[in-house]
Design a protein around this ligand. Sequence first.
Ligand code: GLC
Length: 511
Amino acid sequence: MGDRPVLCSIREHTAGRSRAAPRRGARSGILAWVVVYQIYPRSFADADGDGIGDLAGISAHLDHLRWLGVDALWMSPIHPSPMADGGYDVADYRGVDPAFGAVADVERLAAAAREHGIDLLLDIVPCHTSIEHAWFRERPELYVWSPVDGPPNNWRGAFGGPAWSRDPHGRGWYLHSFYPEQPDLDWRSPKVAQELAGVLAFWRGKGVAGFRLDALQQLLKDPELRDDPPAVSPSIMAGHPGHEALEHRFSSDQPGVGQALAALREGAGDGAFLVGEIGLPSDRHRPYLEHLDASFCFELFFAAWEAEALEEAITAGLATGKAAWVLSNHDFPRLADRIGRANVAAAALLLLALPGPAFLFQGDELALGNGPGRPPGGPEHPPYDRAGRDPFRHPMPWTEDHPHHGFTTGVPWLEVTSAPEGSVELQRATPGSPARLVRDLIALRRKLSGPVEALAARGGVLSFRRGPHVVAVNTVREARPAPTPGEVVFATARRSNGHIPGQGASVTRTV
Ligand code: GLC
């Protein structure tokens, strides 16, 4: 990939902000401490009172991202969509859903974000379109079709049911790795690569700095369409039980993916940051990473909150040399519900002390938990998610105002629930709040340099060294002795007698 600069504007603005940028090669140096904030646009902030978050709402809240000190924001899809899959069913890659705004609003947002020193990343879904995309009606050759009149094999969709459905236009059976409303594009067709590369180039032209690329393991399938064998072990990203019953040996992750990604890299052009969502163990990311800057380490995302499990997960991510660290997103239960509220501060410290891009999901900084999801007795159809992910997608609580916490002046599409520690407004003003902690950790991150060394798990404590700093995370309820003596630079809870409190974490500096 050469020495392509990445996240150019980040480099420029950090020069002005006197951050302690690492002195190594610009590219790897920047990626070592970049923090990306994920926005789920429908649920971030509503500027026009229709109850749905929008681009103008994001623009109006950039000060919060600047206050946190993040370097980039990634928006889940904003394209026109029937919302069968929360926007991951795209009906026009070059458009913006009117509920969110217009293309000009993306340009405005990119420019405004850059003024705050923040780069804008879009989410691109290359595996499939919406069944309502004009291509599906007009250019069927871009999609994957069964050679027989019915499903040609046993492949299952990630959300359950067969991965093949009958075409409503009577042209046979098409493949869908996810919902039936999401027909898979045929990445063996050069036309598909050309179209999607053009999409990335289009958005770069609007001021977008890079892309999160969705579900890359699903780009290529076995050309012989062989049956998937029964699963012998669980997959890294647990899906529907019917899907999990099979090992996705032929329905995903096939040789040749490099060619597809090379096309996307070319379309994205110089300086673009590309992070891949690859639903595979990290040791299978290599062919993808030849063309990407980073890939999410899902081992850490799903690791049990135990020192040994965390050590193993971090080791797996580090081995790729390009891990992006993430502990929560719009697809899975909120961190506070998965690992327990008492561990959230230590988790933030761990996430932000690792070298490599770190991703925060909106509301993580508030220690927001799961919400109730769609209204009881309400419809099960779009925009509500049939796979049950609405509880992780509740709108942001901005203020203490009731009933909707400043998210909207109208009726929110999903109830606005606040965190036990309060809204953005309250937490920003409260010393010791989760939001203040995340902000302080982002600032501290700039001072940590060097690779992870001496990674170890002992007596429930995970520890590692980065240069002169030692990071220690106590995963058990009881206080534990710190791994090495040193001056405390940061602690999630007060240490006493050289002990880290139960479920606490600290960064020390060797003296
Ligand atoms: C990714 C997205 C998820 C979506 C799926 C299919 O995993 O994160 O929300 O349902 O891809 O596009």
